[in-house]
Design a protein around this ligand. Structure first.
Ligand SMILES: [Fe+2]
Ligand SMILES: [Fe+2]
Ligand SMILES: [Fe+2]
Length: 324
């Protein structure tokens, strides 16, 4: 790819991360109010400061290249941030949903900065590469902090739930997990339509097969526990109201965006299953714990495999730009 084109791509990836930070700012400003737990609220408040500096740093780099953030992308980002907050706010387990979605969002940011770093390196921008490395590390640390409050998120979500109601709660979490698996299957079915390098394509195919297995196992648990089919339908509707495409700026249309999107989605699943496992533990539901442990291992492996392919995803996307 010509240097001039790489420079253009660098600006594009920078305006993308800028809108991602605008969305993060919307989330971080409001999240503490609905977190339902002081320690969780504190994690968000702390990351608000980091996010403010990240936004400034990205804007500064755009400035020095004589460019500006994209108004259109930034507006879409802020709207997506509000969508996520409203979604969490109206769930029965607001703290849990907030933390799971934020955990997923941090990984979307990690992916965006992994890609940005590579574009910057190819374009010979040491400043861009350093920015991407630093901010990416901060996003990873925030994701770690969120992971460490999963227990608290479940505590806060179940605060008003009586012990006798724990099996019913387990069913609700299972139904939510089922809805996420259904969306995951849809996304992975569409994945091959976006030009893919062979390794990524087979990775998505393999995980599609696994996800179909997850869907079956989760449905099996729900049936064994005598859950009504409307529980699954309600969960699908609630999740469907959250427009994941909007949350992640746009429908993923390139191999790089798809990889970032899929990576974030795996972490939405991981966040959900980690919480489901904790609810099942409280309900002494060994069978559900067993199923969830097996699924979690596959979700984590899928996420790691995507994370090992940023270079390929970027190569494919840059090749698409040249062809277009
Ligand atoms: Fe950020
Ligand atoms: Fe972040
Ligand atoms: Fe998955």
């Amino acid at each position: 790819m010509a240097d001039r084109d790489l420079g253009e791509q660098l600006v594009k990836y920078l305006t993308d991360v800028h809108s991602i930070e605008e969305q993060a700012l919307t989330q971080m400003r409001r999240a503490p109010e609905i977190a339902g737990d002081p320690e969780i609220a504190e994690a968000f408040a702390q990351h608000l400061h980091e996010t403010e500096r990240q936004e400034q740093r990205v804007r500064g780099l755009l400035d020095s290249a004589g460019e500006k953030p994209s108004k259109v992308k930034d507006i879409a980002g802020r709207a997506g941030g509000m969508g996520m907050l409203l979604f969490a706010k109206f769930q029965p387990d607001t703290p849990g949903k907030l933390v799971a979605h934020a955990f997923s969002y941090e990984h979307m940011e990690v992916a965006a900065y992994e890609l940005l770093r590579r574009v910057a390196e190819r374009a010979g921008s040491t400043e861009g590469a350093a920015l991407a490395r630093d901010i990416g590390d901060e996003e990873r640390r925030m994701a770690g902090r969120l992971e460490s409050v999963f227990d608290r998120a479940v505590d806060a979500s179940l605060r008003d739930v009586a012990r006798d109601d724990l099996p019913e709660q387990t069913c609700k979490y299972l139904a939510d997990a089922h809805a996420v698996e259904m969306q995951s299957i849809q996304m992975l079915e569409r994945a091959p339509k976006i030009t893919e390098p062979a390794d990524l394509a087979s990775l998505y195919e393999e995980h599609l097969e696994e996800s179909r297995g997850h869907e079956k196992r989760i449905r099996g648990r729900l049936e064994a526990m005598g859950a009504s089919t409307s529980l699954m339908k309600d969960a699908a509707m609630r999740l469907g109201a959250l427009n994941w495409g909007a949350l992640f700026q746009a429908q993923p249309d390139t191999a790089a965006k798809l990889a970032g999107f899929a990576y974030a989605f795996e972490h939405l699943e991981i966040g959900g299953y980690e919480q489901l496992k904790r609810v099942a533990r409280r309900a002494d539901d060994e069978k559900t714990i067993h199923v969830v442990d097996a699924i979690l291992a596959e979700e984590r492996t899928a996420a790691d495999r995507i994370a090992a392919r940023w270079d390929e995803a970027l190569d494919a996307s840059l090749a698409q730009v040249v062809e277009a």
